[in-house]
Write a protein that binds this ligand. Structure first.
Ligand code: SF4
Length: 380
């Protein structure tokens, strides 16, 4: 920890994270009975000057005020497609707001209602750690033939690193195409930061073996690997994971199948390899929604993704039996930081002429991040 880290600790930034830790200003009380009405008034006062984006994992009370709902990439694209909104109020997490800032015009301002809404997975790969890893790959003599591929769920700094080093961003829907493309450009992939998405795609979609993949542990010298292991690997997986999807286990899959005969297990590819390889259907958040929409009445589903989304799907499809794959309740705690008090506070501040919680990516980082994002958009 540096002196600067200590000085800024608790003051809207977190030395170990891409996100902040606090919001300035007076938040309305969560118990305020006029909160919904205040949100309606502020939203209507902002009119077309603002666009409210809501990620699928957000609470219902927030989704109610979203103009567009979607996964991280769809929301960033929506923000970029509408240059008329001066304010993009991003109800999601920090890396998503960064992507929106990168893809929107300089005149548009991206606002994250709570600066503490980060992503534990994105925090698992810091720029310093990734630069250290790249140095080792250079020393071992494989950096020139390694193509970095970073999941959308990473900080702008990591996207920028990827863009600078000939790599691309990917989402959970196009990870297969991104990794195929990367193996055409080079001999191996450095996949950041989600080991599970990387492994699941490499083995279950690309047909590589588990032995073709090695795990880079950023907390160990040389990632905990030997030079030979690095040279022999086709995919170097970063040791990161999603704290929500990473908690589903093979036991939960067996248990739900025993308990509910005929149930189909539908999971996100951020889940562990043994969960994904034993599921009936695997897909991105958007694909999970489409699967449930298209499912016949009376079908039974155990879904392994964030609980706000699973609860909403259950509520919107009462003719189907929909339950959370795990018996233990688990929300994405950082997504859940965005609640109605924060949204009301952000919107009322804008109505009163105060720009709060703006997320801005530096021009240099934005430039190379955009290159990595554009490579993804151009994927065959
Ligand atoms: S659900 Fe997982 S990947 Fe998504 S924001 Fe939460 S911690 Fe990050």
């Amino acid at each position: 920890m540096t002196l600067l880290d200590l000085l800024t600790l608790g003051r809207e930034s977190d030395f170990g994270s891409e996100r902040g830790v606090s919001c300035t200003g007076e938040l309305p009380a969560a118990s305020d009975p006029s909160l919904v009405e205040r949100a309606r008034v502020a939203r209507s006062a902002l009119g077309n000057r603002a666009m409210v984006l809501g990620h699928h994992y957000q609470r219902d009370e927030v989704i109610e005020f979203a103009d567009i709902t979607g996964d991280s990439f769809k929301l960033a694209q929506s923000a970029a497609a509408d240059s008329s909104a001066e304010y993009i109020i991003f109800c999601g997490v920090h890396f998503m707001a960064e992507s929106a800032d990168i893809l929107t015009s300089p005149a548009q301002k991206v606002i994250l209602p709570d600066l503490a809404a980060g992503c534990s997975m994105a925090d698992m790969a810091t720029a310093n750690q990734v630069n250290e890893c790249w140095k080792v790959l250079e020393e071992v003599g494989v950096a020139d033939s390694t193509i970095p591929v970073t999941y959308m769920n990473s900080s702008a700094a990591i996207k920028s690193f990827t863009g600078k080093n000939g790599g691309t961003v990917c989402t959970s829907s196009n990870a297969k195409r991104a990794m195929n493309w990367a193996l055409e450009q080079g001999e191996k992939i450095l996949f950041l930061p989600d080991q599970h998405l990387g492994r699941n795609t490499a083995v279950l979609s690309l047909g590589l073996s588990l032995e073709d993949c090695v795990l880079w542990n950023p907390w160990k010298p040389m990632g905990g690997l030997t030079s030979e292991e690095i040279r022999n690997a086709k995919v170097i997986l970063w040791r990161g994971h999603c704290s929500v999807h990473g908690r589903f286990s093979l036991d939960t899959v067996h248990e739900v199948r025993e308990r509910i005969p005929g149930v189909q297990v539908l999971v996100h590819p951020e889940c562990k390899y043994e969960v994904v390889s034993n599921a009936d259907v695997v897909g991105s958040t958007e694909m999970i929604i489409r699967t449930i929409e298209a499912a016949p009445a009376g079908s039974k589903w155990a879904i392994g993704t964030e609980l706000n989304l699973v609860s909403r799907l259950a509520k919107n499809h009462p003719d189907k039996s929909i339950l959370f794959l795990d018996r233990t309740v688990c929300y994405c705690s950082t997504m859940n930081r965005i609640d109605l008090p924060h949204l009301v506070w952000a919107m009322e501040s804008l109505v009163n002429g105060h720009l709060v919680n703006q997320i801005q990516v530096s021009p240099e980082v934005a430039k190379f991040s955009r290159i990595a994002l554009e490579r993804m958009l151009a994927l065959p």
